[in-house]
Design a protein around this ligand. Structure first.
Ligand code: NAP
Length: 449
C-alpha cells in the first residue's frame, strides 16, 4: 500500500502553526501539524519565567479572525496568552490534526514524488507542502562563558525556568538585561536574598501604559464587535506610525529617548546608578523595552547591577573583576535568532543550513530558492521592532494560502526563482542602510553577538 501523502505538513503549533493550520484546512487542504511538545503554544508555552508577559497590546497581539473581547489587561501575561491559544485551538477543532510528542529531525524533498519526506520521532510523514512554523526565537542562546558548566548550583535559561526550585532566600545571578530579564528581575527580587544583575548593555526603557480592562469595556467589546475591531485598528495605526522613525528618520527617535531619559530621572535618584542605566546607542536599534517596575527593582537594597565584563564562571559563582558568590544562575541571554530551522532541511540540491551559511535570506521572509513547496513562518528579516508579530504571521499565512491555491489548482511546485530572491534581498539590504537597525548596536535583529 502506498504511503499517505498529506497536502500540507506544518511543523510547530505556536501562533504561526495554528494560524496556518486553521486557514489552510478551511481552504480544503488535508493538513497535519507536528509538535515536539505535549501541548500547543510555542513561545507562550515555553517561556514561563516569573513576570513573562507580552509588550504588545493584546487586542492587537491576537489573531484577527479570533478576536478576544475578554483580555483582562492591555498587555496580557504569558499564561493568559497561552490560555487564549488553547481556546483558539479548541474553537477551531484543531487538536485532532496535531501529532504531539513528535519532533522533526529532518525533511527531504523527493524530486521524483514532488513531496517532502519528513522524518520524525514518531515515524515518517509525507506532504506536498511543508511549513516551518518553529518560531524565530525558540532556540535559547547560551553564551560560551568559560567554566559555565562548572557552576555548582542550578544554572538555567529563562526559557527553561525551573519551577521546581524556590528562590526564597537564595543569591541569584542574572546574566542579561533584555526583554526577558527586565520582566523577571522585579519578580525574583521580592523573594531572593540577593539578585546580582550582570549587565553588558543597558536597555532603553519606556513606561508601560498597562491597565486592567474593566468589566464594562469588556461587555462593550462582547456586544459591539465593531468596538473591538476599532480598538485593534487604532492600536495598529498608532504602532505603525513608528515606522517613519525606525525606517526613514531614526533622528525622530530622539524624542522617545528624551521621554525614556525623563522616566529614568523620575524613577532613579542616584546619578551614578542613572549613568549605569543610560544607553549610549540609538533607541530602537535594540528592542525598546516597556516596564513600570524595573527601575524600582534595581534600587532595592538586595539588587545590584554589575557592569564589569564576565571573566568566567566558577563553581562558587561569576567572576568579573571580583568573585560574586551565587546559589543560582539565570541566563537571560536571549535566543539564537539566526540559527535557522531547528531541523535539517534538504532541498533540491543541498541543505538550508548550507544555503544560509553566509546569512539567512528568503523571499518575503517566507520562500527560499531550491526548496520547492517549503515556506517558513517568521523567517529571515520578519522580526518587528514596533508592532505585533501576529500581524506579520497572518500576512505570511495569506501568502501561503496563495501558494496552496496554486498547488491545489494543478501546479506541481511553487518555488521562488533564485534571481528573484536575490534581487529582493539586495533591495532589502540596501533599504536597511539608514534605518535604526543599522545605527550601530548589538542586537538579535542582526547576527552580531
Ligand atoms: P535579548 O533581548 O537578546 O537579551 C539578551 C541579553 O543577554 C542582553 O542583555 C545581552 O547583552 C545579554 N547577553 C548575551 N550574551 C551575553 C554575554 N556573553 N555576556 C553578557 N551578557 C550577555 O533576549 P531576551 O530578553 O530573551 O529577549 C529576546 C526577544 O524576545 C526580545 O527582543 C523580544 O522580541 C522577545 N521577548 C518579548 C517579550 C515580550 O514582552 N513580548 C518578552 C521577552 C522576550 P547585550 O545587550 O550586550 O547583547
Amino acid at each position: 500500500m502506498s504511503e499517505h501523502i498529506f497536502d500540507i505538513c506544518i511543523v510547530g503549533t505556536g501562533f504561526g502553526g495554528l494560524c496556518a493550520g486553521i486557514h489552510l484546512r478551511s481552504d480544503g487542504a488535508d493538513v497535519v501539524l507536528l509538535e515536539a511538545a505535549e501541548t500547543i503554544g510555542g513561545t507562550w508555552r515555553d517561556n514561563t519565567y516569573p513576570g513573562a508577559a507580552c509588550d504588545v497590546q493584546s487586542h492587537l497581539y491576537s489573531l484577527s479572525f479570533a478576536p478576544n473581547p475578554d483580555w483582562s489587561r492591555t498587555y496580557a501575561d504569558g499564561a493568559e496568552i497561552q490560555a487564549y491559544l488553547e481556546g483558539v485551538t479548541d474553537d477551531h477543532d484543531l487538536r485532532s490534526l496535531i501529532r504531539f510528542g513528535c519532533r522533526v529531525d529532518r525533511a527531504r524533498w523527493l524530486e521524483d514524488g514532488d513531496c517532502w519526506l519528513v522524518e520524525t520521532t514518531r515515524g515518517p510523514v509525507r506532504a506536498r507542502m511543508l511549513v516551518g512554523a518553529v518560531g524565530g526565537l525558540s532556540q535559547p542562546y547560551v553564551p560560551e562563558l568559560p567554566g559555565l558548566s562548572t557552576f555548582a548550583g542550578p544554572a538555567f535559561h529563562t526559557q527553561r525556568w525551573r519551577h521546581d526550585l524556590s528562590l526564597d532566600g537564595l543569591r541569584v545571578g542574572v546574566i542579561g538585561t533584555g526583554a526577558s530579564a527586565i520582566q523577571l528581575i522585579p519578580e525574583i527580587a521580592e523573594r531572593a536574598r540577593s539578585v546580582r544583575v550582570f549587565q553588558r548593555t543597558p536597555p532603553w526603557i519606556l513606561s508601560k501604559p498597562d491597565r486592567r480592562v474593566g468589566a464594562v469595556e469588556r461587555w462593550v467589546y462582547r456586544r459591539v464587535p465593531f468596538a473591538l475591531k476599532a480598538r485593534r485598528w487604532a492600536l495598529y495605526l498608532h504602532l505603525e506610525a513608528r515606522v517613519v522613525a525606525f525606517v526613514m528618520q531614526p533622528r525622530i527617535l530622539r524624542l522617545y529617548e528624551r521621554q525614556a531619559a525623563r522616566g529614568l530621572r523620575r524613577s532613579v535618584a542616584d546619578p551614578d546608578l542613572r549613568k549605569v542605566l543610560t544607553p549610549d546607542y540609538r533607541l530602537g536599534c535594540k528592542r525598546i523595552l516597556l516596564s513600570n517596575n524595573y527601575y524600582d527593582a534595581v534600587q532595592r537594597s538586595n539588587v545590584h547591577i554589575d557592569t564589569q565584563s564576565i571573566v568566567g564562571i566558577v563553581p562558587e559563582g561569576v567572576r568579573t573583576d571580583v568573585l560574586h558568590e551565587l546559589d543560582v544562575l539565570v541566563l537571560a541571554t536571549g535566543f539564537a535568532a539566526t540559527a535557522g530551522l531547528s531541523f535539517e532541511l534538504h532541498g533540491r540540491e543541498g541543505t538550508l543550513s548550507g544555503a544560509w551559511s553566509e546569512g539567512m535570506s528568503a523571499y518575503l521572509g517566507t520562500a527560499v530558492a531550491g526548496f520547492p513547496n517549503f515556506f517558513a513562518l517568521v523567517g529571515p528579516n520578519t522580526g518587528l521592532g514596533h508592532s505585533s508579530m501576529v500581524f506579520m504571521i497572518e500576512s505570511q499565512v495569506n501568502y501561503l494560502r496563495g501558494a496552496w491555491q496554486k498547488l491545489s489548482s494543478g501546479s506541481r511546485v511553487v518555488e521562488v526563482r533564485g534571481e528573484v530572491q536575490q534581487a529582493f534581498n539586495e533591495r532589502l539590504q540596501e533599504r536597511l542602510q539608514g534605518t535604526v537597525w543599522a545605527s550601530g548596536c548589538r542586537a538579535w535583529y542582526s547576527t552580531l553577538r
